[in-house]
Design a protein around this ligand. Structure first.
Ligand SMILES: C[S@@+](CC[C@H](N)C(=O)[O-])C[C@H]1O[C@@H](n2cnc3c(N)ncnc32)[C@H](O)[C@@H]1O
Length: 354
């Protein structure tokens, strides 16, 4: 398998760049950032953290940060300026002293000797490395998962518990299933746990496919879960008795950033295309399981619910069951979203042929 990983784009080292270390004038550095100049942090990793703190304090003084719009602007400004703060990597390690050791620098950049990344990118790689190495416990699974860089993994488990309970009572055949948007594989692992013989998984994110391939190695699992990098059903054409999909939960129009995260935001074609293709691939007595949430509705992003819309439209699938469960601690948590918490529910939908 030869799939190109997605990784933060390495920056080519530039001569004569302004550096920031202990003792450098902070105000001048902030002015340079405002002027769009890049700054290389040298000395200690902590110097970079200190500069980021100064940047936040500076933006806090300068920008209101209360209303939804103001917060969005504040975040955009922080993102823009903090990404001008760079770190050097040499021989797969950060050059600054007392810096974390991040294994991704070798795994994602095997061919690169010296390059730069922005400080926030390095912070992202660092947390991802901790999750990958230490693993994440999932209540419904015996073993931890080890999410690969840039791959979605669940931080709330209510919907997984609903799926687990449903699988416990599931009486249908367990020969094959399709897991659309497999991510770090939790739903497939749940199906394995409940005796499914084979799962065909897809994802449009190369890192999900690479990560799971690595995770399974040549264990028994690798013969039971087959993967394809592709849109919706990818190359899987055969009919199965179960199709599961934990799709993105928010419509894309809600996010104005150019960097759209495909595990969170869906475009207007995703659901109609999914149902159209699922119709062809579901065995006559098969079931479709969809994990969803009322997040977009309670955040007032849209009144439309893509699954309800499909059922109401008719012609393809009808509802068999829908369970809902309160979320204890919302996964989309930022300060502004606090009020959503009490109302957020996950939804577990089971559909069958009409
Ligand atoms: C919310 S995550 C769910 C991941 C995993 N199934 C789970 O439940 O933890 C959605 C996943 O769908 C993938 N995805 C988004 N759009 C897709 C598409 N059109 N075709 C296949 N996968 C897609 C994303 O990359 C992401 O891994």
């Amino acid at each position: 398998m030869n799939i190109e990983m997605s990784r933060p784009e390495p920056i080519k080292p530039q001569k004569g760049v302004t550096v920031f270390e202990r003792g450098t004038d902070v105000q001048l550095t902030l002015k340079s950032l405002e002027a769009g100049k890049t700054i290389l942090v040298t000395g200690f990793y902590n110097n970079g953290l200190a500069l980021l703190r100064e940047l936040r304090a500076y933006l806090n003084r300068k920008m209101p940060n209360k209303t939804f719009q103001e917060q969005r602007q504040y975040r955009a400004a922080y993102q823009k300026l903090s990404n001008l703060i760079l770190l050097e990597i040499s021989d797969h390690q950060l050059v600054v002293k007392k810096s974390p050791s991040i294994g991704w620098l070798k795994k994602l950049y095997p061919e690169k000797k010296v390059f730069w990344l922005s400080f926030p990118q390095v912070q992202g790689l660092n947390s991802s490395w901790q999750w990958y190495v230490n693993g994440i416990s999932i209540p419904v699974l015996r073993n931890k998962i080890h999410p690969f860089y840039g791959t979605y993994f669940p931080t709330n488990f209510e919907h997984l518990v609903l799926f687990d309970n449903w699988l416990k009572r599931y009486k249908g055949a367990k020969k094959t299933a399709i897991d659309v948007g497999i991510g770090s594989g939790v739903l497939s692992l749940q199906m394995m746990k409940h005796g499914f013989q084979k799962v065909f998984g897809t994802d449009t994110n190369p890192n999900a496919i690479i990560g799971l391939t690595e995770f399974m190695g040549d264990t028994k699992l690798s013969r039971k879960i087959e993967l394809d990098l592709g849109h919706l059903f990818g190359k899987w054409e055969k009919q199965t008795e179960l199709i599961v999909f934990n799709p993105p939960w928010l419509p894309e129009s809600y996010n104005l950033d150019s960097n759209i995260d495909k595990s969170i935001y869906y475009d207007e074609k995703l659901f109609p295309d999914f149902f159209k293709e699922a119709k062809k691939r579901l065995l006559p007595d098969g079931k479709i399981v969809l994990l969803f949430s009322n997040l977009a509705q309670i955040a007032n992003v849209t009144k439309e619910h893509p699954i309800e819309k499909e059922i109401a439209k008719g012609g393809r699938f009808e509802l068999e069951k829908c369970f809902k469960k309160r979320v204890k601690d919302a996964s989309y948590k930022t300060k502004r979203d606090q009020h959503w918490r009490s109302e957020q529910e996950v939804e577990f939908w089971v559909l069958k042929h009409q």
